[in-house]
Design a protein around this ligand. Structure first.
Ligand code: TXA
Ligand code: MG
Length: 347
């Protein structure tokens, strides 16, 4: 329930696309917030220069104010309005990966309100590649603050339907731009200090970043450096992207290993959903079984959708087959780790 009857706008024809962009821009100019597709996950967008709009984003998500937002731009002129200085590594990284699933943290300009940065002196900026998001930003002429369009601490949305399931009634509009092709949130890189540090891993992994700009470090788990009093990146707090069911990650080599993993859960098969990609179990008797592709990009694209399906199945436990421990999978591991409470096996 909520104050709105949430409308969904399609974008698959030129006419519906243009109509959606015009309608959304009109709403955003009134400092209201709407859910928009990006290539990573759906975002809950509002005018980044208007504190009133930002407050509505936090309210709709029930997000703690200590958790800063990403500002989405389209074009270099807009970047200039958001940051105080542009560094050499920012130029190198954005030349390589923008528009795309990379967010850079830099010193903020005076136009960026405190509400976005949680009072900090830096701002996170991303130029997204999704055509709907780009067209809306261009039509508005101002950048859009947009966290993932989920309720705080719940699963991120990669389809319009996921947004509706969490925010129906809380926002006036969702634009349906199809299934997000990246599927997990952007890689966040802090370029304020030296060395540059990855605050949140994503599908642009450390090796790829290092090719564009040398000397990037992984911030790892919370380093407690306290350089800023705001949370360095809430992706670092435990249990951030959670399904409702308990999530357990296990590795199994064969049918017997799988059966053992199931037995260790101590639940009947009817209470268990399975996400497997390599050793596919016999599916009989489970609450739900998701088979996901076994290259990292396709896996990431499927992950949140499959977690949403598992949750919708009403299971008590989601048993996930552990992905490979390789650099392309670090972002995926990060999301699984945050969704899980137990069951680690790093073999
Ligand atoms: O792919 C994405 O980044 C999606 C889409 C919608 O663009 N957005 C997203 O936003 O994931 P959100 O709010 O769910 O996550 C923003 C991340 C958080 O980890 C936050 O702490 C970090 O960016 N962040 C934002 N501003 C920051 C800042 N000034 N310093 C450090 N981290 C910051
Ligand atoms: Mg989020």
């Amino acid at each position: 329930m909520g104050q709105f009857t949430t409308e969904v706008l399609a974008t698959e024809t030129k006419v519906s696309f243009d109509h959606a962009v015009q309608t959304v821009a009109k709403i955003l100019r009134r400092d209201e917030v709407v859910a928009l597709p990006t290539e990573t996950v759906y975002g809950l967008a509002g005018n980044a220069f208007q504190p009133e709009a930002i407050r509505k984003i936090y309210a709709a998500k029930e997000r703690p104010q200590t958790n800063p937002l990403i500002v989405h731009v389209a074009g270099w002129a807009m970047v200039e309005r958001c940051v105080r200085e542009w560094t050499e590594s920012a130029a190198q990284l954005t030349r390589a990966f923008w528009p795309g699933p990379l967010t850079v943290v830099l010193q903020r300009s005076d136009l960026i309100p405190d509400e976005i940065t949680a009072g900090g002196d830096t701002v996170a900026i991303r130029w997204p590649s999704h055509p709907v998001m780009q067209a809306v930003i261009e039509e508005c002429g101002f950048p859009l603050a947009a966290p993932s369009a989920n309720r705080s601490n719940e699963l991120s949305p990669t389809q319009a339907q996921h947004v509706l399931s969490q925010l129906s009634g809380a926002i006036p509009l969702v634009v349906d731009g199809g299934h997000c092709v990246v599927g997990i949130e952007s890689t966040v890189v802090d370029l304020v200090g030296r060395p540059a540090r990855v605050l949140r891993p994503g599908m642009i992994h450390t090796n790829a970043l290092s090719v564009a700009t040398p000397g990037i470090e992984w911030a790892g788990s919370d380093d407690g450096s306290g350089r800023r009093s705001i949370l360095r990146s809430p992706g670092m707090t435990a249990r951030h992207y959670s399904p409702k069911a308990r999530l357990v990650v296990e590795r199994w080599e064969d049918r017997m290993g799988f059966d053992d993993a199931v037995r260790r859960l101590g639940k009947p098969r009817s209470a268990i959903s399975v996400i497997a990609y390599n050793v596919i179990p016999e599916v009989y008797g489970f609450c739900w079984v998701s088979l996901v592709p076994h290259n990292s990009e396709a896996y990431a694209r499927a992950l949140f959708s499959e977690l949403h399906l598992c949750d919708a199945s009403g299971c008590e436990v989601i048993l996930v087959e552990a992905p490979p421990c390789e650099v392309e999978w670090v972002g995926i591991w990060d999301r699984l780790r945050r969704a899980a409470v137990e069951g680690w096996d790093f073999r």
